[in-house]
Design a binder for this molecule. Structure first.
Ligand SMILES: Nc1ncnc2c1ncn2[C@@H]1O[C@H](COP(=O)(O)OP(=O)(O)OP(=O)(O)O)[C@@H](O)[C@H]1O
Length: 694
């Protein structure tokens, strides 16, 4: 067995997909030599509590620990791994799985915290469930299958499935699908449902005689239209080669786990007991974020334990942290489901939070309606602040860094984290931070300077006012691709034609693009020119962009609002992004840009100021010495000394939806010493009432 682990930790969200940049890769954990010293020095002696000892010493083959956020679940899992290694278990035969990339990072952090040796930490196979499944599929199939992560990358397959499903439904059931036109606006909802169907293995669990029909759709609570399109989509994704085999074209998020689960559950599997892909000779399996388990994961887990007899299991989770319900995540698999399908585990407690003290655990207890004890020795603080603008949040950040009410005297700035519900909310804040030379690192989203819509706007404005060099090199290619994505979305040309033109655009230098391609696409070059790209841009879009460019050419900063009105980014973005929220984020980013522009005298001056920040945004040398700006999802399992959660407003964070409440619970439980919650005057979220008295 490969002792370095057979699978790589995937990056969360690709930087680029069809010219679009929204989410950035979370920084991968690196155990290279240059980090070796840091690895050792970060280790502090943590003494096991009695509860932790009980978990580490338990000889029961199946252990499940359900405990609150910060109650030391990951740390205890790391302690048990360390103990097994000390007892002679080969670390290469220990698998430590998690649902998300931050969960993987949390294992790595815990290994450091407990002082695990670097060699052992490197040898343990740590990764996400999805990456684990993808790697074993690759071994089984002998080839690497593409793994798109952006919905835009699979949109064409969903759209292509609709006509196929229409014909099938009308031939077979004489039925019309209840979907209008091309279905462009339905892609987001369809992908969401496909994720649920696969995560919960809903169709496969109906048994071998299940066939998609209008009656069966009603029985399982889905629309027939969705099921018919799902069927056609899956037929494109997994193409039948002959009666017994299929070739998988791609695996979107969650598909690797689903595909491995259905292969394992097949009536006529392509392997025997001896050659089962999960017979890995494992001695221990760990699962963090167990609350995010769905049927597909559970199926793989069940077989993993079955085919590695003698391997012990420890699963840890907290049912209030389920924020991936769209993948069919269900805390049932930590409880009754586990007992029924795998076996009765020993359930051991971790009762106290070791991350924070009572000042944070008590309001969290009220918010989540459960007992939440905290270690008495741990002192923490909560403050709730009213803010009027991004500048008020900036002032709080400044105070947090200078007066350090939550930071230890010698802590790096990265112990201060600002957790954002919507990354688009960060444009003004980011701009203000840059202007004050406060360095920050964005996690899980792209800095506003490099977001597709901002690059698109910057390129057009720079061109309109005749800036020779609108960007620092390095993001030229991103800007060109983003611009092309916005220009060409929804043009009525064939997909092949579009791909061919995109390739040409990608291959051109920015200079060539600006001098020839952009004028060609907009029809503002020599009328005798070929107009090769012209047909790729919708007429109405072209007219609007031309008007915007004409207006911006005045270089008058006061025209910017009018320029943005012509561009109507929200509408354009709806053609580019599959998710409505991302289109809305794009609109909000450009609104943020407009606000940030207010103190400049001309468009060119504003553009130059943005360009000056490009370099810093990419400078890796400040790593570790920057505050963190992150989405909430990306810090699940992680912790910081001081956490600021801006915009806990009734419009942003409220309501009874489980995902909504759990997202807030995750955000509020990341702080070790100090938690600052802010809200817009007059719009506090009802969630805050639990925290205000502190
Ligand atoms: N025995 C101990 N003594 C002191 N501190 C401890 C001990 N065990 C764990 N901790 C500390 O408790 C904090 C929370 O631990 P950990 O991240 O493992 O919690 P968790 O339950 O996994 O949290 P989450 O649910 O947010 O993922 C860490 O700072 C860790 O160092």
């Amino acid at each position: 067995m490969d002792t370095h682990g057979p699978w790589a930790t995937s990056t969360r969200g690709q930087m680029e997909a069809g010219g679009i940049t929204r989410r950035q890769a979370a920084s991968p954990t690196n155990f290279s030599n240059e980090h070796e010293d840091a690895f050792m020095t970060m280790a502090t002696q943590i003494l096991k509590t009695d509860e932790q000892k009980a978990i580490c010493d338990s000889e029961h083959p199946l252990l499940v620990v359900e405990a609150n956020a910060g109650a030391a679940k990951t740390t205890t899992a790391a302690m048990k791994i360390n103990q097994l290694i000390a007892e002679g278990v080969d670390p290469g035969r220990i698998v430590a799985l998690s649902f998300s990339a931050p969960g993987v990072q949390a294992y790595r952090d815990a290994f450091k915290r407990i002082g695990m040796s670097l060699a052992a930490a490197k040898a343990v196979q740590v990764g996400t469930f999805e990456d684990f499944c993808a790697s074993w599929l690759m071994r089984l199939e002998g080839l690497e299958v593409k793994r798109p992560t952006r919905p835009e990358e699979v949109r064409a397959f969903v759209l292509a499935a609709i006509p196929g499903a229409r014909v099938w439904a009308s031939d077979r059931f004489n039925l019309e699908l209840s979907i209008e036109g091309s279905g462009e606006l339905a892609v987001e909802g369809l992908l969401y449902e496909f994720g649920e169907i696969k995560g919960s293995m809903q169709l496969l669990r109906q048994g071998e005689y299940f066939q998609i029909s209008p009656e069966c759709a009603v029985e399982i609570g889905r629309s027939f239209t969705t099921l018919a399109i799902y069927r056609a989509y899956e037929k494109q994704r997994c193409v039948s080669v002959d009666a017994d085999s299929e070739q998988t074209k791609f695996r979107y998020s969650g598909d690797a786990t689903y595909d491995l689960a259905r292969i394992l559950e097949a009536d006529d599997p392509c392997f025997t007991w001896e050659t089962n892909p999960l017979r890995l000779g494992l001695q221990a399996v760990f699962l963090d974020e167990m609350h995010d388990t769905n049927w597909a994961m559970f199926t793989v887990l069940k077989q993993l334990l079955q085919f590695n007899q003698g391997a012990s299991f420890l699963g840890v989770g907290d049912r209030d942290q389920v924020i991936h319900a769209q993948h069919g995540a269900d805390a049932y698999f930590m409880g009754e489901g586990f007992d029924t399908y795998i076996g009765k585990p020993e359930r051991l407690p971790l009762t106290e939070s070791y991350r924070f003290g009572g000042a944070i655990s008590q309001p969290l207890a009220g918010f989540s309606a459960k007992n939440y004890a905290a270690n008495r020795a741990h002192i923490s603080r909560v403050e709730v602040k009213k803010t009027g603008s991004a500048l008020d949040v900036l002032a709080l950040i400044n105070h947090a860094m200078t007066a350090r009410p939550g930071l230890q005297p010698d802590s790096p700035k990265s112990q201060l984290a600002v957790l954002l519900r919507n990354p688009s909310a960060s444009v003004e804040l980011e701009h203000a931070l840059r202007e004050r030379c406060i360095r920050y690192q964005t996690i899980d989203f792209t800095t506003y300077l490099e977001r597709s819509e901002v690059l698109f706007v910057r390129l057009l404005l720079g061109w309109a006012v005749g800036l020779q060099e609108p960007f620092r090199t390095g993001i030229d290619a991103l800007a060109k691709r983003a611009t092309w994505a916005f220009l060409s979305a929804n043009a009525s040309v064939t997909a092949e034609e579009q791909t061919e033109k995109s390739l040409k655009v990608n291959g051109a230098s920015l200079k060539h693009f600006l001098e020839y391609m952009l004028p060609d696409a907009l029809g503002i070059n020599d009328p005798r020119a070929t107009r090769y790209l012209y047909t790729s841009v919708d007429d109405a879009v072209r007219r609007r962009i031309c008007k915007a460019i004409d207006l911006a050419a005045s270089d008058d900063i006061h025209c910017l609002a009018g320029v943005f009105d012509f561009l109507d980014i929200g509408n354009l973005a709806r053609r580019v992004y599959v998710k409505e929220q991302e289109a809305e984020d794009a609109r909000a980013s450009v609104t943020g840009l407009l606000k940030a522009s207010e103190k400049y005298v001309s468009i060119s001056q504003f553009m130059r100021s943005l360009m000056a920040h490009d370099y810093e945004a990419r400078a890796a040398r400040f790593a570790g010495d920057r505050i963190i700006l992150s989405s909430i999802e990306a810090v699940k399992g992680l912790e910081f000394e001081h956490v600021i959660v801006p915009d806990v407003n009734a419009t942003d964070f409220d309501g009874d939806s489980r995902d909504e409440r759990n997202l807030f619970y995750v955000a509020a439980s990341r702080a070790k010493t100090m938690l600052t919650l802010t809200y817009r005057a007059g719009h506090p979220s009802s969630y805050l009432r639990h925290f205000e008295s502190n």
